[in-house]
Design a protein. Structure first.
Length: 226
């Protein structure tokens, strides 16, 4: 075997259906217990513990202890971006597990991708910021322009605090349903948090769906229009 990244090992961790269900459940960005993940995957707690151990050892999950409970979450936004890209590949190749329904339509319109906005509204936000000259793209790279810097601060986001974090401020993430980029990175997360703080949007605690209020939709359209 040639030297280099062992993609077969990572693929085997993600490719097992039970583990794929667990990882998908964590795409909402919320940490879950082993019992909750066992329920999501339809397996016993004992079986879930074995799968979780493999995912943690493989660097895809991280575990946190709080009191008597252990919580699991994706280890990084990079894992979430990989899962999102695989979902897009599965859709384009025609590999669907269920028929589209109302929930599917809601997920396609607006959902959480780990910690940022995805779906139609996520890609519209990205395209709108690029169209207004607030984001500058070059191949896969994306950064704030001078006008974008001012826009972010005026929108109530502490850009200096974002820049001080280890995560990139701006990052493209391939959207599985739109098959175009939405905005990830610390700015993507901050924008979704800001939408929630303004009362524009709420996350469904039982799914990845993000619901915008009428006022939120109007505010969102205002951001795109400038």
């Amino acid at each position: 075997m040639k030297d280099g990244p062992d993609i077969a090992y990572v693929a085997s961790l993600i490719g097992e259906p039970v583990r794929a269900n667990m990882l998908t459940a964590l795409m909402a960005g919320k940490a879950l217990t082993a019992s909750e993940l066992a329920h999501e995957a339809g397996i016993t707690l004992q079986t879930a513990s074995s799968h979780l151990s493999k995912l943690e050892q493989g660097g895809l999950l991280r575990q946190r202890k709080q009191g008597r409970h252990k919580y699991f979450s994706l280890s990084s936004g990079e894992v979430a971006a990989t899962l999102e890209a695989l979902m897009g590949l599965a859709v384009s190749a025609g590999h669907l597990r269920t028929r589209p329904g109302p929930k599917d339509a809601a997920l396609r319109e607006a959902r959480v991708c780990y910690n940022h906005l995805a779906g139609e509204m996520g890609t519209r936000l990205f395209d709108g910021l690029v169209g207004r000259g607030l984001l500058v793209t070059q191949d896969e790279d994306v950064r704030l322009s001078a006008a974008g810097d001012e826009f972010v601060r005026d929108f109530g986001i502490d850009l200096d605090a974002l820049a001080a974090k280890r995560a990139p401020v701006c990052k493209q993430c391939l959207d599985w349903s739109e098959r175009r980029s939405h905005l990830a990175g610390s700015l993507g997360r901050a924008l979704l948090d800001r939408f929630e703080a303004l009362g524009w949007a709420t996350r469904d605690g039982k799914s990845r769906v993000v619901t915008f209020s009428p006022r939120g939709r109007a505010g969102f359209e205002g951001l795109l229009a400038g």
